[in-house]
Design a protein around this ligand. Sequence first.
Ligand code: PLP
Length: 368
Amino acid sequence: MSNEIDQQQLYSGPDGNSPFRGLGGLLRQNIKNLTPYSSARDEFQGEASVFLDANENAYGSPLVQAYNRYPDPMQYQVKMRLSQIKGVPARNIFLGNGSDEAIDILFRSFCNPGVDNVIIVPPTYGMYEVSANINDVKLKRVLLTEEYQLNLEGIAEAIDANTKLIFICSPNNPTGNSINRDDIETLLANFNGIVVVDEAYINYSRQKTFIQELTEYANLVVLQTLSKAWGLAGLRMGMAFASEEIIEVMNKVKPPYNINEASQTLALQALANIDQVNVWIKETLQQRDNLVLTLKDMPFVLDIYPSDANFILVKTTDANSIYNFLVERGIIVRNRSKVELCEGCLRITIGTPQENDKLIKTLQQYNA
Ligand SMILES: Cc1ncc(COP(=O)(O)O)c(C=O)c1O
Protein backbone atom coordinates (compact mmCIF):
# COMPACT_ATOMS: atom_id res chain seq x y z
CA MET A 1 0.00 0.00 0.00
CA SER A 2 1.30 3.40 -0.90
CA ASN A 3 -0.95 5.23 1.56
CA GLU A 4 -0.36 4.50 5.22
CA ILE A 5 -3.82 5.57 6.36
CA ASP A 6 -5.47 3.19 3.91
CA GLN A 7 -3.16 0.46 5.07
CA GLN A 8 -4.31 1.12 8.62
CA GLN A 9 -7.93 0.57 7.57
CA LEU A 10 -7.16 -2.63 5.73
CA TYR A 11 -4.91 -4.09 8.33
CA SER A 12 -5.27 -2.37 11.64
CA GLY A 13 -2.83 -4.52 13.60
CA PRO A 14 -3.40 -6.78 16.59
CA ASP A 15 -5.08 -4.16 18.79
CA GLY A 16 -7.39 -2.49 16.27
CA ASN A 17 -11.10 -3.04 15.88
CA SER A 18 -12.13 -5.37 13.06
CA PRO A 19 -12.25 -3.47 9.79
CA PHE A 20 -14.53 -6.14 8.23
CA ARG A 21 -17.71 -4.44 7.03
CA GLY A 22 -19.72 -7.38 5.69
CA LEU A 23 -19.90 -8.84 2.22
CA GLY A 24 -21.32 -5.76 0.52
CA GLY A 25 -18.04 -4.39 -0.75
CA LEU A 26 -16.40 -7.78 -1.24
CA LEU A 27 -18.81 -9.57 -3.56
CA ARG A 28 -18.45 -9.30 -7.31
CA GLN A 29 -21.21 -7.14 -8.79
CA ASN A 30 -22.30 -9.87 -11.24
CA ILE A 31 -22.71 -12.30 -8.31
CA LYS A 32 -24.67 -9.72 -6.30
CA ASN A 33 -27.00 -9.40 -9.30
CA LEU A 34 -27.14 -13.11 -10.09
CA THR A 35 -30.46 -14.93 -10.16
CA PRO A 36 -29.46 -18.52 -9.40
CA TYR A 37 -30.66 -21.46 -11.49
CA SER A 38 -34.02 -22.62 -10.27
CA SER A 39 -34.28 -26.39 -10.49
CA ALA A 40 -37.51 -28.19 -11.36
CA ARG A 41 -38.00 -29.45 -7.79
CA ASP A 42 -37.55 -25.97 -6.31
CA GLU A 43 -40.60 -24.69 -8.09
CA PHE A 44 -43.43 -26.52 -6.34
CA GLN A 45 -44.41 -27.00 -2.72
CA GLY A 46 -46.25 -29.88 -1.09
CA GLU A 47 -46.45 -33.62 -1.78
CA ALA A 48 -46.27 -35.19 -5.23
CA SER A 49 -46.03 -38.72 -6.63
CA VAL A 50 -45.68 -38.11 -10.36
CA PHE A 51 -42.64 -36.17 -11.48
CA LEU A 52 -42.84 -35.08 -15.09
CA ASP A 53 -40.97 -31.83 -14.59
CA ALA A 54 -37.27 -32.54 -15.10
CA ASN A 55 -37.01 -34.58 -18.32
CA GLU A 56 -35.60 -37.55 -16.41
CA ASN A 57 -36.03 -41.12 -17.63
CA ALA A 58 -39.10 -42.21 -15.64
CA TYR A 59 -38.38 -45.94 -16.23
CA GLY A 60 -35.26 -46.24 -14.07
CA SER A 61 -31.51 -46.81 -14.49
CA PRO A 62 -29.77 -49.81 -16.10
CA LEU A 63 -28.38 -50.62 -12.65
CA VAL A 64 -29.53 -52.38 -9.49
CA GLN A 65 -29.75 -48.98 -7.80
CA ALA A 66 -31.91 -46.32 -9.38
CA TYR A 67 -30.21 -43.02 -10.17
CA ASN A 68 -32.69 -41.73 -12.71
CA ARG A 69 -33.79 -38.81 -10.51
CA TYR A 70 -31.77 -35.66 -9.89
CA PRO A 71 -30.28 -35.49 -6.39
CA ASP A 72 -31.21 -33.02 -3.65
CA PRO A 73 -29.43 -29.81 -4.74
CA MET A 74 -29.05 -28.67 -1.11
CA GLN A 75 -27.98 -32.09 0.26
CA TYR A 76 -30.29 -31.65 3.25
CA GLN A 77 -29.78 -35.07 4.87
CA VAL A 78 -26.00 -35.04 4.64
CA LYS A 79 -25.90 -31.53 6.05
CA MET A 80 -28.16 -32.48 8.97
CA ARG A 81 -25.81 -35.33 9.89
CA LEU A 82 -22.74 -33.11 9.50
CA SER A 83 -24.47 -30.51 11.61
CA GLN A 84 -24.77 -33.04 14.46
CA ILE A 85 -21.15 -34.16 14.13
CA LYS A 86 -19.64 -30.69 13.82
CA GLY A 87 -22.00 -28.77 16.10
CA VAL A 88 -22.81 -26.20 13.38
CA PRO A 89 -26.29 -25.37 12.04
CA ALA A 90 -26.91 -26.82 8.58
CA ARG A 91 -27.42 -23.28 7.22
CA ASN A 92 -23.73 -22.62 7.94
CA ILE A 93 -22.57 -25.60 5.84
CA PHE A 94 -21.79 -25.67 2.11
CA LEU A 95 -21.01 -28.96 0.36
CA GLY A 96 -18.74 -29.08 -2.66
CA ASN A 97 -17.54 -31.67 -5.12
CA GLY A 98 -14.41 -31.92 -2.99
CA SER A 99 -13.14 -28.89 -1.08
CA ASP A 100 -11.42 -27.98 -4.36
CA GLU A 101 -14.84 -26.93 -5.65
CA ALA A 102 -15.38 -24.74 -2.58
CA ILE A 103 -12.01 -23.06 -3.26
CA ASP A 104 -12.98 -22.36 -6.87
CA ILE A 105 -16.40 -21.02 -5.84
CA LEU A 106 -14.78 -18.59 -3.40
CA PHE A 107 -12.70 -17.19 -6.27
CA ARG A 108 -15.72 -16.94 -8.56
CA SER A 109 -17.84 -15.26 -5.88
CA PHE A 110 -15.41 -12.66 -4.59
CA CYS A 111 -12.59 -12.02 -7.07
CA ASN A 112 -13.01 -9.90 -10.19
CA PRO A 113 -10.74 -11.45 -12.85
CA GLY A 114 -7.85 -9.19 -13.80
CA VAL A 115 -8.63 -6.77 -10.95
CA ASP A 116 -8.61 -8.43 -7.54
CA ASN A 117 -5.91 -10.44 -5.80
CA VAL A 118 -5.56 -13.08 -3.10
CA ILE A 119 -2.73 -13.88 -0.69
CA ILE A 120 -1.25 -17.33 -0.24
CA VAL A 121 1.53 -18.31 2.16
CA PRO A 122 3.82 -20.86 0.47
CA PRO A 123 4.86 -23.56 0.81
CA THR A 124 1.20 -24.55 0.84
CA TYR A 125 -1.49 -26.51 -0.99
CA GLY A 126 -1.17 -26.05 -4.75
CA MET A 127 -4.83 -25.65 -5.71
CA TYR A 128 -5.11 -22.09 -4.36
CA GLU A 129 -2.65 -21.02 -7.05
CA VAL A 130 -4.25 -23.15 -9.79
CA SER A 131 -7.71 -21.80 -8.95
CA ALA A 132 -6.34 -18.24 -8.98
CA ASN A 133 -4.82 -18.84 -12.42
CA ILE A 134 -7.99 -20.42 -13.81
CA ASN A 135 -9.97 -17.44 -12.61
CA ASP A 136 -7.37 -14.91 -13.82
CA VAL A 137 -6.89 -13.58 -10.30
CA LYS A 138 -3.53 -12.18 -9.23
CA LEU A 139 -1.71 -14.11 -6.56
CA LYS A 140 0.45 -12.50 -3.90
CA ARG A 141 2.86 -14.84 -2.17
CA VAL A 142 4.11 -14.19 1.32
CA LEU A 143 6.45 -17.02 2.24
CA LEU A 144 6.07 -18.74 5.58
CA THR A 145 8.94 -18.15 8.00
CA GLU A 146 11.75 -20.70 8.40
CA GLU A 147 9.60 -22.26 11.16
CA TYR A 148 6.72 -22.58 8.67
CA GLN A 149 4.66 -19.94 10.47
CA LEU A 150 2.91 -16.80 9.18
CA ASN A 151 4.90 -13.69 8.35
CA LEU A 152 2.24 -11.29 9.62
CA GLU A 153 4.19 -8.16 8.71
CA GLY A 154 4.72 -9.43 5.18
CA ILE A 155 1.00 -10.22 4.87
CA ALA A 156 0.08 -6.74 6.15
CA GLU A 157 2.34 -5.18 3.51
CA ALA A 158 0.91 -7.36 0.74
CA ILE A 159 -2.72 -6.46 1.47
CA ASP A 160 -4.15 -3.74 -0.74
CA ALA A 161 -7.63 -2.46 -1.52
CA ASN A 162 -8.20 -5.32 -4.01
CA THR A 163 -7.17 -8.18 -1.73
CA LYS A 164 -10.25 -10.35 -1.28
CA LEU A 165 -9.07 -13.66 0.18
CA ILE A 166 -6.20 -14.96 2.30
CA PHE A 167 -5.66 -18.74 2.29
CA ILE A 168 -4.18 -20.37 5.40
CA CYS A 169 -3.79 -24.14 5.44
CA SER A 170 -3.61 -25.59 8.95
CA PRO A 171 -2.30 -28.24 9.41
CA ASN A 172 -0.35 -27.11 6.39
CA ASN A 173 0.27 -29.20 3.30
CA PRO A 174 3.12 -30.02 2.59
CA THR A 175 4.88 -29.02 5.82
CA GLY A 176 2.49 -30.86 8.17
CA ASN A 177 2.56 -28.34 11.03
CA SER A 178 -0.32 -26.32 12.42
CA ILE A 179 -0.24 -22.55 12.01
CA ASN A 180 -0.23 -20.58 15.28
CA ARG A 181 -3.82 -19.97 16.26
CA ASP A 182 -3.16 -16.46 17.58
CA ASP A 183 -1.69 -15.41 14.24
CA ILE A 184 -4.75 -16.65 12.34
CA GLU A 185 -6.97 -14.76 14.80
CA THR A 186 -4.89 -11.62 14.26
CA LEU A 187 -5.61 -11.89 10.54
CA LEU A 188 -9.31 -12.56 11.12
CA ALA A 189 -9.63 -9.57 13.41
CA ASN A 190 -7.75 -7.15 11.18
CA PHE A 191 -8.35 -8.04 7.54
CA ASN A 192 -11.40 -6.59 5.84
CA GLY A 193 -11.57 -9.49 3.38
CA ILE A 194 -12.15 -13.20 3.90
CA VAL A 195 -9.72 -15.52 5.68
CA VAL A 196 -10.02 -19.11 4.44
CA VAL A 197 -8.69 -21.65 6.93
CA ASP A 198 -8.22 -24.97 5.14
CA GLU A 199 -8.50 -27.76 7.71
CA ALA A 200 -8.30 -30.76 5.38
CA TYR A 201 -6.09 -32.56 7.95
CA ILE A 202 -7.75 -31.31 11.16
CA ASN A 203 -8.84 -34.80 12.26
CA TYR A 204 -5.18 -35.71 12.78
CA SER A 205 -4.32 -32.52 14.61
CA ARG A 206 -3.75 -31.71 18.27
CA GLN A 207 -5.17 -28.25 17.54
CA LYS A 208 -8.82 -27.29 17.81
CA THR A 209 -10.82 -26.55 14.67
CA PHE A 210 -11.66 -22.94 13.81
CA ILE A 211 -15.31 -23.93 13.28
CA GLN A 212 -16.10 -22.78 16.80
CA GLU A 213 -14.85 -19.28 15.89
CA LEU A 214 -17.56 -18.81 13.24
CA THR A 215 -19.75 -16.92 15.70
CA GLU A 216 -16.81 -14.62 16.46
CA TYR A 217 -15.60 -13.77 12.94
CA ALA A 218 -17.98 -12.98 10.08
CA ASN A 219 -15.07 -13.09 7.59
CA LEU A 220 -14.03 -16.69 8.38
CA VAL A 221 -14.45 -19.64 6.00
CA VAL A 222 -13.32 -23.04 7.30
CA LEU A 223 -12.73 -25.78 4.74
CA GLN A 224 -12.81 -29.46 5.64
CA THR A 225 -13.13 -32.61 3.56
CA LEU A 226 -14.25 -36.23 3.65
CA SER A 227 -11.21 -37.11 1.49
CA LYS A 228 -8.65 -37.61 4.27
CA ALA A 229 -9.48 -39.10 7.69
CA TRP A 230 -12.97 -40.08 6.52
CA GLY A 231 -11.48 -42.20 3.74
CA LEU A 232 -13.84 -40.97 1.01
CA ALA A 233 -11.54 -39.24 -1.50
CA GLY A 234 -13.26 -41.11 -4.34
CA LEU A 235 -16.71 -39.76 -3.44
CA ARG A 236 -15.59 -36.12 -3.78
CA MET A 237 -17.18 -34.31 -0.89
CA GLY A 238 -15.76 -31.24 0.78
CA MET A 239 -17.28 -28.78 3.20
CA ALA A 240 -17.14 -25.07 3.81
CA PHE A 241 -18.34 -23.69 7.13
CA ALA A 242 -19.10 -19.97 7.24
CA SER A 243 -21.69 -17.30 8.04
CA GLU A 244 -25.14 -17.84 6.58
CA GLU A 245 -24.50 -14.89 4.25
CA ILE A 246 -21.35 -16.44 2.77
CA ILE A 247 -22.97 -19.90 2.48
CA GLU A 248 -25.92 -18.38 0.62
CA VAL A 249 -23.54 -16.81 -1.89
CA MET A 250 -21.69 -20.10 -2.40
CA ASN A 251 -24.96 -21.97 -2.92
CA LYS A 252 -26.02 -19.40 -5.49
CA VAL A 253 -22.78 -19.84 -7.48
CA LYS A 254 -22.44 -23.64 -7.36
CA PRO A 255 -23.79 -25.86 -10.15
CA PRO A 256 -27.29 -26.93 -9.03
CA TYR A 257 -26.56 -30.66 -8.60
CA ASN A 258 -22.90 -30.52 -7.59
CA ILE A 259 -23.08 -33.53 -5.24
CA ASN A 260 -24.38 -36.60 -7.01
CA GLU A 261 -26.93 -38.99 -5.54
CA ALA A 262 -24.48 -41.89 -5.04
CA SER A 263 -22.09 -39.62 -3.12
CA GLN A 264 -24.89 -38.28 -0.93
CA THR A 265 -26.19 -41.76 -0.09
CA LEU A 266 -22.75 -43.22 0.61
CA ALA A 267 -21.59 -40.20 2.60
CA LEU A 268 -24.65 -40.50 4.80
CA GLN A 269 -23.85 -44.17 5.45
CA ALA A 270 -20.20 -43.37 6.16
CA LEU A 271 -21.06 -40.54 8.54
CA ALA A 272 -22.87 -43.09 10.72
CA ASN A 273 -19.56 -44.90 11.14
CA ILE A 274 -17.51 -42.36 13.05
CA ASP A 275 -16.09 -44.98 15.43
CA GLN A 276 -14.24 -46.68 12.57
CA VAL A 277 -12.76 -43.35 11.50
CA ASN A 278 -11.55 -42.63 15.02
CA VAL A 279 -9.84 -46.03 15.19
CA TRP A 280 -8.00 -45.28 11.92
CA ILE A 281 -6.95 -41.83 13.12
CA LYS A 282 -5.43 -43.34 16.27
CA GLU A 283 -3.66 -46.01 14.30
CA THR A 284 -2.36 -43.49 11.74
CA LEU A 285 -0.89 -41.31 14.50
CA GLN A 286 0.75 -44.35 16.08
CA GLN A 287 2.18 -45.37 12.72
CA ARG A 288 3.39 -41.81 12.12
CA ASP A 289 5.30 -41.83 15.42
CA ASN A 290 6.87 -45.21 14.60
CA LEU A 291 7.87 -44.10 11.12
CA VAL A 292 9.47 -40.90 12.44
CA LEU A 293 11.47 -42.88 15.01
CA THR A 294 12.79 -45.29 12.38
CA LEU A 295 13.46 -42.71 9.66
CA LYS A 296 15.32 -40.26 11.85
CA ASP A 297 18.20 -42.72 12.30
CA MET A 298 18.66 -43.29 8.57
CA PRO A 299 21.89 -41.74 7.29
CA PHE A 300 20.30 -39.78 4.44
CA VAL A 301 17.61 -38.18 6.65
CA LEU A 302 18.58 -34.66 7.71
CA ASP A 303 15.36 -33.58 9.40
CA ILE A 304 11.74 -34.62 9.95
CA TYR A 305 9.39 -31.73 10.56
CA PRO A 306 6.74 -31.93 13.32
CA SER A 307 3.45 -33.12 11.84
CA ASP A 308 -0.18 -32.62 12.84
CA ALA A 309 -1.32 -34.49 9.72
CA ASN A 310 -1.34 -37.97 8.15
CA PHE A 311 1.95 -37.27 6.37
CA ILE A 312 5.46 -36.17 7.26
CA LEU A 313 7.87 -33.86 5.49
CA VAL A 314 11.35 -35.37 5.49
CA LYS A 315 14.49 -33.42 4.56
CA THR A 316 17.05 -35.69 2.92
CA THR A 317 20.52 -35.50 1.44
CA ASP A 318 19.22 -36.22 -2.08
CA ALA A 319 15.45 -36.17 -2.56
CA ASN A 320 15.52 -36.87 -6.32
CA SER A 321 17.68 -39.94 -5.99
CA ILE A 322 15.63 -41.38 -3.09
CA TYR A 323 12.40 -40.61 -4.90
CA ASN A 324 13.58 -42.47 -8.03
CA PHE A 325 14.90 -45.36 -5.96
CA LEU A 326 11.46 -45.77 -4.36
CA VAL A 327 9.56 -45.40 -7.67
CA GLU A 328 11.69 -48.16 -9.22
CA ARG A 329 10.53 -50.40 -6.35
CA GLY A 330 6.85 -49.48 -6.72
CA ILE A 331 6.62 -47.01 -3.85
CA ILE A 332 5.39 -43.51 -4.64
CA VAL A 333 5.96 -40.59 -2.29
CA ARG A 334 5.70 -36.90 -3.14
CA ASN A 335 8.90 -35.16 -4.20
CA ARG A 336 8.64 -31.59 -2.87
CA SER A 337 12.33 -30.73 -3.32
CA LYS A 338 11.64 -28.03 -5.93
CA VAL A 339 9.26 -26.19 -3.60
CA GLU A 340 10.65 -23.08 -1.89
CA LEU A 341 11.59 -23.76 1.78
CA CYS A 342 11.24 -27.52 1.12
CA GLU A 343 14.58 -28.09 -0.63
CA GLY A 344 15.65 -31.73 -0.28
CA CYS A 345 12.22 -32.73 1.03
CA LEU A 346 9.97 -35.70 0.40
CA ARG A 347 6.39 -35.72 1.66
CA ILE A 348 5.43 -39.18 2.84
CA THR A 349 1.83 -40.18 3.55
CA ILE A 350 1.34 -42.57 6.47
CA GLY A 351 0.16 -45.91 5.08
CA THR A 352 -1.01 -49.15 6.65
CA PRO A 353 1.49 -50.94 8.94
CA GLN A 354 2.37 -53.25 6.01
CA GLU A 355 2.94 -50.35 3.63
CA ASN A 356 5.03 -48.43 6.15
CA ASP A 357 7.05 -51.56 6.80
CA LYS A 358 7.70 -52.01 3.10
CA LEU A 359 8.78 -48.37 2.84
CA ILE A 360 11.23 -48.77 5.73
CA LYS A 361 12.68 -52.06 4.44
CA THR A 362 13.14 -50.53 0.98
CA LEU A 363 14.78 -47.38 2.36
CA GLN A 364 17.14 -49.53 4.40
CA GLN A 365 18.51 -50.81 1.10
CA TYR A 366 19.18 -47.29 -0.17
CA ASN A 367 22.84 -46.45 -0.30
CA ALA A 368 23.29 -42.74 0.16
C1 PLP B 1 -4.89 -28.76 2.18
C2 PLP B 1 -5.81 -29.42 1.24
N1 PLP B 1 -6.99 -28.86 0.97
C3 PLP B 1 -7.86 -29.42 0.14
C4 PLP B 1 -7.55 -30.60 -0.51
C5 PLP B 1 -8.55 -31.15 -1.50
O1 PLP B 1 -9.47 -31.90 -0.88
P1 PLP B 1 -10.73 -32.50 -1.66
O2 PLP B 1 -10.40 -33.93 -1.97
O3 PLP B 1 -11.85 -32.36 -0.68
O4 PLP B 1 -10.95 -31.68 -2.90
C6 PLP B 1 -6.34 -31.23 -0.26
C7 PLP B 1 -6.00 -32.48 -0.96
O5 PLP B 1 -4.92 -32.98 -0.97
C8 PLP B 1 -5.45 -30.63 0.62
O6 PLP B 1 -4.25 -31.16 0.89
